[in-house]
Design a protein around this ligand. Structure first.
Ligand code: PLP
Length: 464
């Protein structure tokens, strides 16, 4: 701090050096008796130059205007009260007016989260209705309604609501008879829930590479990984992008494999005009709070098969016989969703198209404001498909710099998932992973919420 002190009569050049010493860009001016007589910020300096001063001129008393200071020992609340959006440095003076310290107040900028649920009056209305009905566990009108309406949204016949998206995958695998000794092909770039569910079913995951352009499971790699033990494929519509379902279904039919689509991140996405979730034997969704629509925690299995629907309902409810209460002829689970969660889900579903349009607009706004920086490669969209925006996803070779700068400015960002094959507990299941490694290391999710200050984000990133 000593270096930022100057005496009256100092040359502007030395003053500039003093201002430059301190990160907050302020110099303290004392007189011959060591009394603080002024403070000069870099803004004041700029104005002096504009008013005709030159670097070899000196600073005199007339150049100094009044300033706010505090006395040594003054309490914190009083110090804070002296700050405002323009004044954030308060010099602290001793008994004789000498500078002893200074107080700096950093105005904290508003935190921008990476995702947030859009909860409004309708969610509260339905939730209260379910609450007042006293049907707060896993039966009630909202469960039936949410299952029927969500299945219809996916263009499927049946929906079985579950307590989360992970158990939905497990339930689907068990209902399809996948178990010990069976191989299940999954992509390397996905959240760990996909592989964990295969392991819960005691099956063997086979991790294959993804397409470098779409980031979704690579059909050519699936074909290479098929063995006599392969029983199922789990295509994951990762970051809102649909997998190549025509090629995947062709392979599944050719090799007699089951298909469980993991649609946790892609509600509403389409492949060649057909909704994801309606291609495979069963498709699973997540309604976790950061997902496109949410029920807090929650999930759903959708299917066109009434037989699988009946099977999943039974397994979801401890394997209890539908005809004979408390009679169990297979080991099931408690994977039920509550009526309270489903009430929120019904309200969310009413505005899903609005949420999807808003997220598309967020993506367009990012591209408009950040494209010129040449920092990002945006997620590719194929015209015949409908990619949905779950979290704004892009690739950058400067990932750590981008993340550090945004986090310094209170803007939340997320790296992509680590590749499953990179993690020691899963690496033994690796088949191929070349493209996934590159995408995972460069991928980043930017805040996908309302009120993103795109210009601010662009300014922050322009320094990279
Ligand atoms: C691809 C994928 N599958 C499954 C899940 C699991 O969903 P849940 O968190 O509801 O268990 C997630 C959740 O983030 C996911 O991203």
């Amino acid at each position: 701090m000593n270096q930022s002190k100057c005496r009256v009569g100092v040359k502007l050049r030395s003053l500039l050096e003093a201002i430059n010493e301190e990160p907050f860009g302020t110099a303290f001016i004392e007189n011959e008796q060591d009394v603080l007589v002024g403070i000069i910020t870099d803004g004041d300096f700029r104005r002096m130059l504009l008013n005709g001063k030159e670097l070899d001129d000196t600073i005199e008393k007339e150049d100094l205007s009044s300033f706010i200071s505090a006395n040594k020992g003054e309490d914190f609340d009083k110090l804070i009260a002296k700050t405002n959006h323009k004044i954030n440095i308060i010099p602290i003076v001793g008994k004789n007016g000498e500078l002893v310290d200074y107080f700096e107040y950093k105005h904290k900028t508003k935190f921008t989260p990476v995702a947030e649920p859009t909860l409004e009056n309708r969610e509260l209305e339905y939730l209260l209705d379910a609450f007042k009905s006293t049907w707060i566990s896993s039966r009630g009108k909202y469960i039936d309604r949410f299952e029927a309406e969500f299945a219809s949204f996916c263009s499927t016949k049946c929906g079985v609501a579950t307590s989360n998206g992970t158990v939905a995958i497990h339930l689907a695998l068990v209902a399809l008879g996948i178990g010990e000794g069976d191989e299940v092909i999954i992509p390397d770039l996905t959240f760990a829930a996909t592989i964990n569910a295969v392991l819960y079913a005691n099956a063997t995951p086979v991790i294959v590479d993804v397409d470098p352009i779409t980031w979704t499971i690579f059909p050519e790699e699936i074909e290479k990984a098929i063995t006599s033990k392969t029983k199922a494929i789990i295509p994951v519509h990762v970051y809102g992008q649909s997998c190549e379902m025509d090629k995947i279904m062709h392979l599944a039919n050719k090799h007699n494999l089951k298909v469980v689509e993991d649609c946790a991140e892609a509600h509403g996405a389409e492949f060649k005009g057909q909704k994801v979730g309606s291609f495979g034997d069963i498709a699973t969704f997540s309604f976790f709070a950061n997902k496109i629509i949410t029920t807090g925690e929650g999930g759903m299995c959708v299917t066109n098969s009434e037989e699988l629907d009946t099977k999943m309902r039974k397994l979801r409810d401890h394997g209890m016989s539908k005809e004979k209460r408390y009679w169990h002829d297979e080991i099931g689970f408690n994977y039920r969703m509550t009526n309270l969660q489903a009430a929120i889900g019904c309200a969310q579903l009413e505005k899903i198209e609005w949420i999807l349009d808003r997220n598309d607009q967020i993506e367009r706004d990012y591209i408009k404001h950040l494209d010129h920086l040449n920092l990002f490669k945006w997620q590719k969209t194929y015209r015949q498909n409908r990619k949905v925006v779950w979290l704004m996803s892009c690739l950058t070779e400067k990932r750590s710099e981008v993340m550090d700068k945004l986090k310094e400015n209170n803007i939340d960002v997320r790296p992509f998932f680590f590749c499953l094959s990179e993690m020691p507990i899963y690496s033994k299941y690796k088949f191929s992973n070349r493209n996934a490694l590159v995408i995972s290391k460069r991928g980043i999710n930017l805040p996908t919420v309302k009120n993103v200050d795109y210009e601010n984000v662009a300014n922050i990133l322009s320094t990279i």
